[in-house]
Design a protein around this ligand. Sequence first.
Ligand SMILES: Cc1cc2nc3c(=O)[nH]c(=O)nc-3n(C[C@H](O)[C@H](O)[C@H](O)COP(=O)(O)O)c2cc1C
Length: 329
Amino acid sequence: MFRQIEKLLFLLPPEVSHNLAITSLKTLGAMPGPIKPILGAKKKVMGLDFQNCLGLAAGFDKDAQAVEGLARLGFGFIEVGTVTPRPQPGNSKPRLFRYPDHEAVINRMGFNNLGMDAMVKKLNGVRERDKLMGTIVGVNIGKNKDTPIEKAVEDYVLGIERFNGLADYLTLNISSPNTPGLRSMQTGDQLEQMLDTAKNAQSRQKKYVPLVVKVAPDLNKESAEYMCEKITEYELDGVITTNTTLDRPSNLGQNEEGGLSGLPLFQKSLEILKLFRSNLHPNCPIVGVGGISNEEKAKSFLNNGAHLIQVYTGFVYKGTKMVHNLSRI
Ligand SMILES: Cc1cc2nc3c(=O)[nH]c(=O)nc-3n(C[C@H](O)[C@H](O)[C@H](O)COP(=O)(O)O)c2cc1C
């Protein structure tokens, strides 16, 4: 049945089809009974018990509306968000574009989301219903578009405070290309201030919730090395490599502004993963993401030092079958 629904969704405009997928997944999640991840290679990462190494990357369930339905597909972990303190509409439509010949997507969504209050409610519901039997839930946090970059850190601190006790881990998203100025937080004093303040906020909370940082694939060697130095110095709990890229393959055809994901991102993400792996302490967890769509690509990430992997675009093109295959490796 899933395959038929998946085929049907491809006939619709991308964002319409995405919203329909979320609605179907809500229904799937509302069905009675406990929800278990597919049992793969169990791993303890960041002090958390993962039943398999496959996660759903941020941006698919921006408002944590379908956590239980997504968990029912078998993912070991689901990362919801990016969520910002206040609700915001994101960029004007159309803002999501498919490139089926390239198994790629370009998006310039711009953190459309219902805000932290709404997500807190959703996650409280998930925790109260208590149907998840081992699926890890991460929350990816960001800044509002109209928060000036000098005050951006405050938005992230709010996220660290609001999701304490609700998120199993938190991701500082400082690498989306669709929020003006966001990526500058990966550099210089801005990065130091972000990591220092975020780690302080983390230590003030009731519960220790691992804090990871998500990085762009468009970093040069020096910037990546600088990030690794600071991630080590401030003792971040992990890194996610990578977000979408601003690069374009020469044969893509109709170009759109935004971040490119899927197959054309694979090699670039893998190179960044290797760069981070060789500059971070071997025990520092890395979650690898970017263009993973089959077992071979998943293994490339895992064999090059990723503790866990995530998918987004591959899941859009390959669907639930891929979740079954990759969660078992
Ligand atoms: C439509 C779309 C929306 C996304 N939104 C977010 C987001 O809100 N926050 C984030 O950290 N990453 C976001 N991403 C990036 C993905 O989480 C992932 O890092 C990237 O797409 C690379 O993985 P993939 O090639 O498997 O898609 C988004 C990606 C897509 C395609």
